[in-house]
Write a protein that binds this ligand. Structure first.
Ligand SMILES: [Zn+2]
Ligand SMILES: [Zn+2]
Length: 78
């Protein structure tokens, strides 16, 4: 008897992320930048990898204009 056991053997190829700057292997804890690339802890800052993401545009500061309400004091004369 020869039972052929079909083993679901999926050759898992874990994509190892590497820092786009120094090519250092990244751990699972490392996260990608908003520009779409992954960086190590040293290069994850936008200024460290010449980030192409436009932070200035996305981080528009809403100018809170104070609109002073002009209240007309009406002196009610009886
Ligand atoms: Zn790096
Ligand atoms: Zn970036």
């Amino acid at each position: 008897m020869s039972d052929k056991i079909v083993t679901k053997d999926k050759p898992e190829k874990p994509k190892k992320k590497r820092c786009a700057v120094c090519k250092k292997k990244l751990s699972l804890l490392d996260f990608g930048c908003r520009c779409g690339n992954f960086y190590c802890s040293l290069h994850r800052l936008p200024e460290q990898h010449n980030c192409s993401f436009d932070y200035e545009k996305s981080g528009k500061e809403l100018l809170d204009k104070k609109n002073p309400l002009v209240v007309n004091d009406k002196v009610i004369k009886i």
